[in-house]
Design a protein around this ligand. Structure first.
Ligand code: FES
Ligand SMILES: [Fe+2]
Length: 343
């Protein structure tokens, strides 16, 4: 028995490394678009410190390391569409080329110093970076940002001490609602989780379910719903490997969107970016309650998810136990992760 456990742990170590390495092939969120303004910013992705900056009209991403003496470029400034190092003033243009060496201006433009550029893009209110040349999938979308029917709010980021896949799996884990979010998203009186059909659609894992949920009194007031328990249609679009778009449609047709994009900062460190959007009670005075609602849900999840061991999802499906039907989303998610992590 002990040998078997040891063997499984070894498999885990190899599996974790393969999954983690595979993440380099994907776009990951690193910042809100709204936060990338006139100063360079340090972000961390897959164990690497990067600097992002808006230069010549587009967001660029480079290692956060000056080629002269290795100081952090994120401490520098943006001048004339160049990133200027805070230490000795070397300036790099939008392509990462050093174009100014203040201590010897005659060298400017002639010195062979070019920062490595990573693919960077802006979409869905976020800055995305890929550590390899050609990202495997397209960027996720948040169509509600351009839909006048919706009021969209940007949530404060939150960091959890676990892997990005564990964090994602928590979002799409249905059988915890009745326990961790009793009386809010689920009820211990009705913990059963019906089978969920899960299918792939391009870069997305898709699934939907109708849930009967208690709902908080105030939320129901905002929705204009009186029933004690309401049936909510939840449609999920999980863009692999770390972004989820959930559209909730209430019995009166009103919609609420929750989008979460998880950034694997390290193997056991994940930063979540998120938005909420609603087409009801759009007056700003209701923002605080709805933001606070999500914050309370996250407070309930955090200690549970951070307690999970190991922190990564195993590449070997037999390492943990699965409940047929109830765990089908996470099983399909793991299967796809394993496929994507094959060299
Ligand atoms: S370390 Fe950046 S200019 Fe010297
Ligand atoms: Fe939860």
């Amino acid at each position: 028995m002990a040998t078997e456990v040891a063997a499984r742990n070894e498999l885990d170590v190899a599996g974790e490394a393969a999954l983690y390495a595979a993440f380099r092939k994907f776009w990951h969120p690193v910042a809100y678009t709204s936060a990338v303004l006139d100063r360079p910013q340090r972000v961390r992705l897959l164990g690497e410190d990067l600097v992002i900056a808006r230069l010549a009209g587009a967001v660029r991403a480079f290692p956060d390391l000056c080629l002269h003496r290795g100081s952090a470029l994120s401490l520098g400034t943006i001048e004339n569409d160049c990133l200027r190092c805070a230490y000795h003033g070397w300036a790099y243009d939008a392509d990462g080329r050093c174009v100014d060496v203040p201590a010897r201006r005659e060298l400017s433009g002639r010195i062979n110093a070019v920062l490595r550029s990573f693919p960077a893009a802006e979409q869905a209110g976020l800055v995305w970076v890929c550590l390899e040349e050609s990202p495997l999938f397209d960027l996720p979308e948040l169509p509600e940002l351009d839909d006048a029917d919706f009021r969209v709010l940007e949530g404060p980021t939150y960091d959890w001490a676990t892997s990005a896949p564990r964090r994602m799996e928590n979002f799409v884990d249905f059988s915890h609602f009745a326990f961790v979010h009793d009386k809010v998203l689920g009820s211990r009186d009705n913990p059963r989780v019906e089978d969920t059909e899960v299918w792939r659609d391009g870069a997305m894992l898709r699934f939907e379910r109708v849930v009967s949920e208690p709902g908080e009194t105030h939320k129901k007031e905002l929705l204009g719903i009186e029933a004690g328990t309401m049936n909510v249609l939840n449609e999920y679009r999980l863009t692999m490997p770390g972004t989820i778009h959930l559209k909730r449609t209430f019995p009166n047709g009103r919609r609420y969107i929750l989008m979460m994009a998880a950034c694997p900062m390290g193997p056991r460190s994940v930063r979540s970016f998120w938005f909420q959007a609603r087409d009801f009670a759009r007056e700003p005075e209701h923002d605080a309650y709805l933001m606070d609602f999500e914050a309370r849900i996250l407070e309930q999840d955090k200690p549970i998810v951070e307690s999970q061991r190991p922190e990564h999802l195993s590449r070997d499906l037999s390492v943990e136990m699965h409940v047929r039907g109830a765990d089908s989303v996470s099983v399909e998610y793991r299967r796809w992760l394993v496929e994507l992590s094959r060299p």
